[in-house]
Design a protein around this ligand. Structure first.
Ligand SMILES: Cc1cc2nc3c(=O)[nH]c(=O)nc-3n(C[C@H](O)[C@H](O)[C@H](O)COP(=O)(O)OP(=O)(O)OC[C@H]3O[C@@H](n4cnc5c(N)ncnc54)[C@H](O)[C@@H]3O)c2cc1C
Length: 377
């Protein structure tokens, strides 16, 4: 009998497992893929995410420190240099492997097998993998957003709440990457409906990708291939596709003995698609609720923690995304007149400003009523 079984060894699952094991709970992680595994991702670890890891990331995992952003919006290109690092680029296979290792060092066990189903037996849960049955007091589902296990708690997401992302890694010499982007993130708005394209300068490769709302992003592979060739990359790269939740915390994130964390709980920034921060935070909060609360209060306590600590950011990120993509002309105007808007926005991933503070600042600079009328839609 375990205290906690965690499904998925991404950032949410490994963090839940490490935190719970560190609190003295008996924890098993069940992961369907052998590690280290490839994970489709831009690999941008914001400072706010890095600051909740609970340990210093080894230098060998930091592929590049990001101190600037190049933003393409319609016919404008704006470079913003901050005097400090606001993001670190990591390779997800190495990063996730390291987080898993940390969880195991804290005392969690890992088994590489796919979870097929679970059932509630009253006093405990029965969790079924391909070959075994695990018994546990609690279950954290951190298996991402493409997995149906979470649907029994959260319900099935609507197409309007799902984003599609395509990504490829384009090999390049480090000196060419340095000359082209150095320590800049390259972001292209307007190429994918309800989203953007990116070129991130990793070590020995660029992460190139596009992402947008599934309901509006028709022909994503075509858009991706055009984005690659317009930016001087070959069109014949291996392209990986993956979905992300873009609807905010719409459904339940816990019920009884089952808690959802990370992408499974729908916790991704609706404007940037940043999910690692929310995965780390929610994984830790899930473990703390299990370790600190009376059994009957765990689900309610976790839902309240998520709403209190993450709900506001998620709501504002969605509002910003809707406002920008519904009124691109207003944002074009804004960038021309107040290009410090990018400077300000970067302070959110840098953990120097909250979404709320940013939106308050923005509200006085956007055309009157634009945020309110977007919110009321
Ligand atoms: C193309 C793309 C680019 C992105 N870029 C960024 C970025 O630059 N920065 C950022 O912050 N966020 C980014 N995101 C979002 C980020 O990747 C996710 O939010 C984050 O990985 C969520 O972590 P997680 O632990 O919830 O889930 P995941 O990282 O998806 O991990 C889930 C794990 O569960 C396992 N699993 C699934 N089903 C089962 C099962 N039945 N049994 C056992 N194991 C199972 C999977 O194999 C996987 O290892 C990006 C997403 C995409 C798709």
């Amino acid at each position: 009998m375990y205290d906690l079984v965690v499904v998925g060894a991404g950032p949410a699952g490994s963090t839940a497992a490490r935190t719970a094991a560190g609190m003295g709970l008996k924890v098993a992680i069940l992961e369907k893929k052998d590690f280290p595994r490839y994970k489709a991702c831009g690999g941008a670890l914001s400072e706010r995410a890095a600051s909740c890891l609970g340990f210093r990331l080894p230098e060998s995992l930091c592929e590049r420190s990001i101190t600037g952003a190049r933003i393409h919006f319609r016919d404008q290109v704006l470079d913003k240099i901050k005097g400090y690092r606001f993001t670190t680029l990591v390779s997800r296979s190495a990063f996730d492997q390291y987080l898993l290792q940390k969880a195991v060092e804290a005392g969690a066990s890992i088994s590489f097998s796919r979870v097929l189903d679970y059932s509630d037996k009253g006093d405990y849960l029965s969790i079924h993998t391909e070959g075994e049955i695990y018994k546990s007091r609690f279950l954290v589902i951190a298996s991402g957003c493409q997995n149906a296990l979470k649907d029994r708690i959260a319900g099935k997401a609507s197409r309007d709440d799902i984003g599609i992302c395509l990504v490829t890694e384009v090999k390049a010499e480090d000196r060419d990457i340095e000359a082209r982007l150095g320590s800049f993130l390259d972001i292209h708005f307007g190429i994918a409906s309800g989203g953007y394209g990116w070129i991130f300068p990793h070590r020995g490769y660029y992460s190139v990708g596009i992402g947008g709302l599934a309901s509006r992003l028709l022909h994503p592979r075509q858009i991706m291939r055009s984005f690659l060739s317009e930016n001087g990359f070959g069109r014949d790269q291996i392209i990986h596709g993956h979905t992300i939740p873009l609807g905010g915390m719409v459904g339940r994130v816990a019920r009884g003995r089952v808690l959802l964390a990370g992408d499974s709980a729908g916790l991704v920034d609706g404007f940037t698609g940043e999910g690692i921060y929310y995965a780390l935070r929610s994984g830790e909060m899930a473990a703390r609720a299990i370790g600190e609360e009376e059994e009957g209060d765990v689900a309610r306590s976790y839902e309240m923690r998520c709403k209190k600590e993450l709900g506001e950011d998620l709501r504002y990120s969605l509002l910003l995304s809707h406002a920008m993509h519904s009124h691109p002309e207003a944002f074009s105007w804004l960038l021309e007149r107040h290009n410090e808007v990018i400077d300000r926005y970067i302070e959110i991933p840098a953990a120097r400003m909250s979404y709320k503070e940013f939106m308050r600042w923005l509200a006085f600079r956007l055309p009157r009523g634009l945020l309110t009328c977007t919110e009321n839609k």
